[in-house]
Design a protein around this ligand. Sequence first.
Ligand code: CS2
Length: 509
Amino acid sequence: MSAIETLSPALLERLPAAVQTPAYHRAALAAGMAHLGVGAFHRCHQAEYTDDLLSLHFDRWGVIGINIRPPSLTETLGRQSGLYTRLIRENSHIEARVIGSILEVVDSQASAAPALAVLSSPDIELVTMTVTEKGYCHIPSSGELDLSHPDIIHDLANPEAPRSVPGLLAQALELRRATHGRPLTLLSCDNIPTNGVILETAVRTFAERRGNGLADWIAGHTTFPSAMVDRIAPAVTQDDLDSVEQWFGYRDAAVAVGEPFRQWVIERKFAGRVPRWDLVGATFVDDVTPFEHLKMRVLNGAQTTLATLGVLAGLEHTSDAIADPLLAAFIKRMLVEETLPTLTPVPGMEPLAYVEQSLSRLRNTAIRHRNHQIATDGSQKIVQRLLNPIRDRLRQGESIALLSIPVAGWMAYLIQASEKFGKRWPVSDPYAGKVAAIADATGRDAKALVAGILAIDTIFDPGLAANETFRKAVTSALDGLLSDDPMATVRRNLKQADTTRLKRPARSA
Ligand code: CS2
């Protein structure tokens, strides 16, 4: 029996017909952009759009992938010359395609030098990035750069050897200014509201602190478009790698798995040439905000809610949580009754249809999205997914009986990971230590727990934290969620929402 081969350029010719391969002359492709943070999401999203673009309209838009945090790429994508299999899965449907847009990968974890060499190269005209919410080193409640962040303190003292994303980009821009002076588009593809503004604020604030004229140069030579990105693409498992081997007969250490749905809405704000992603399904707009609110509040809001309540209910994946009749009813009513009224109209999108479509995406059983994965870094996600719609509801004088539950759900998730609550599960969140310390000091007193957690003003803006309706709703929900029957609270609040609805006069549309 011949040994199983690993994916490589030479193997492309011999792949089974069921696996689609790049439809362009990859050897002729030159790198025109870089991507920071080559994880499952990038491989399922921007790299695929670029692959589509190259098939339709060949240009020099090859991608150099850079990781400044683990995992290392050399042993996976690097060995495969940047090639990987992108699987689209929906229940029993499977579609396989090898993506060719990533030309080269660069590991820059030990030192910033390799990343800086790429980012400052005159050939690179655009940099996309998915560095997770916390990668921007910003304060979630205000969007400002967190000057007390250890990496930012380090980078301001050592600007030539940066560790943080803002420090790295500022130094790359400094090198560009000192060498060729060519402009650069920095396109954030992370799931934070006004991601372009957050990135620009972080890089500008950092550059201003350096105080060498860099901030002015950046203002004239760099743009930071905002973007809304969407595709559910969970962390890849050994099972996914084994499946490719089993189904198609080759080994691929860099498989990516996603759902069929994808969306990319990009602010029209480029510093130089524009990759025509709009030819392959992306949308260029003047204002991303309504799209981003819709997506973060509906799809992501539902995911975070199902994730933390799902863990509390002992359920493993999103699809398990939404298969639970109570959670399914809860999520739909929360979105329709409380979230949708906070949204501004989105051109070409019908809100109720969007909710239905989002829920059906979450029911996809082939996408094994772990509730613990989505609950990771919840402190960086709840502002845009839950707290902003809650603020809008309170401003409108409307009920938050349903939206307050997942806020308490996030608290209960971190509280129960503390010593005092028996460390029920391991968690990963920059605020986990802080919440655990509050829980250890407070014990099971919901009012005191909520008071302690709402005082974290980098997550909860003081105006919201002081709102009595909000405090009461979250306290009562947390009390129930910490009990032996957490789902009773979900049931009770649904009933309470019924009563409120019956008492109110019907609102005209
Ligand atoms: C998820 C997102 O882990 C998470 O926070 O909610 O990664 C989500 O799957 C994507 O935003 C979908 O576009």
